[in-house]
Design a protein around this ligand. Structure first.
Ligand code: ATP
Length: 234
């Protein structure tokens, strides 16, 4: 469904991603794990069209999207749930959710999408008329995920969904992701919380200094001695 082939990308003259190749098949949950600054966010921003590769190719559903704009990429059905939630703080939860349905054609199914999303997130339903900035961090993350689903994406990308959340809330966020996966979604997650994300994923890539140094089934990565030592502290 998604394929990155030898992608180089960065900011100005600084190259962050070196020769990154990876793929995500339809219905899979794939994760990119790595330390702070490894280039995980840059990878998602590059797929989203917010950073343009200097070389290499990105293909989605057989279409070369390497040079498309962020807007065009959203329209193809790729949605990024950004690090730090990035909700509109002074807008209500309902208004924030509606902002998720801006993908072209999405307005036609806005009401149905809202019903579906609220069924999945009963806690969000209770908070619809509250301002986003009055919610707890965990609730804000649920709203950010719900907003991403409003576009009915074909590929849903999560940037550090567990960042800044208490362990019990992290577990809830991963439960919600598992529920979304059960609906047949295709998911790409980048995380520093290596244990949780490998437990939730089918396959994973380990990114170090902008390079893929390991890729395997998630269970095999959990058993890998480098991963255990460098990321799990075992
Ligand atoms: P984190 O968990 O901290 O977000 P990450 O693996 O997602 O880490 P990136 O955010 O992709 O890493 O950052 C990779 C490198 O790119 C870092 O050295 C960072 O300083 C640099 N970088 C990120 N954004 C920019 C930017 N807008 N301009 C210049 N350099 C940037």
């Amino acid at each position: 469904m998604l394929e990155l082939d030898k992608v180089h990308a960065g900011y100005g003259a600084t190259t962050i991603l070196h020769d990154v190749s990876l793929n995500v098949d339809e219905g899979e949950v794939v994760t990119i794990v790595g330390a702070n600054g490894a280039g995980k966010t840059t990878t998602l921003r590059t797929i989203s069209g917010l950073v343009t590769p200097t070389s290499g190719r990105i293909v989605f559903d057989g279409e070369d999207i390497t040079k498309l704009t962020a807007h065009e990429i959203v329209d193809l059905g790729i949605t990024l749930i950004p690090e730090g939630r990035q909700l509109f703080p002074d807008m209500t939860v309902r208004e924030n959710l509606m902002m998720g349905a801006y993908r072209s054609g999405a307005r036609a199914y806005q009401a149905d999408a809202l019903d579906e999303v609220l069924t999945l997130f009963p806690r969000v339903k209770e908070r619809l008329s509250q301002k986003a900035n009055s919610l707890s961090g965990g609730e804000q993350q649920m709203v950010a995920i719900a907003r991403g689903l409003m576009a009915r994406p074909r590929l849903l990308m999560f940037d550090e969904p567990s960042l800044g959340l208490a362990p019990i809330i992290v577990a809830q966020v991963f439960e919600v992701i598992a529920t979304i996966v059960e609906t047949g979604a295709t998911v790409l997650i980048v995380e520093q919380n290596v244990f949780h994300t490998l437990k939730a994923a089918d396959r994973g890539y380990v990114l170090e200094n902008g390079e893929v140094v390991l890729s395997d089934h998630a269970a095999a990565l959990l058993d890998n001695s480098h991963v255990r030592k460098a990321y799990l502290g075992i």
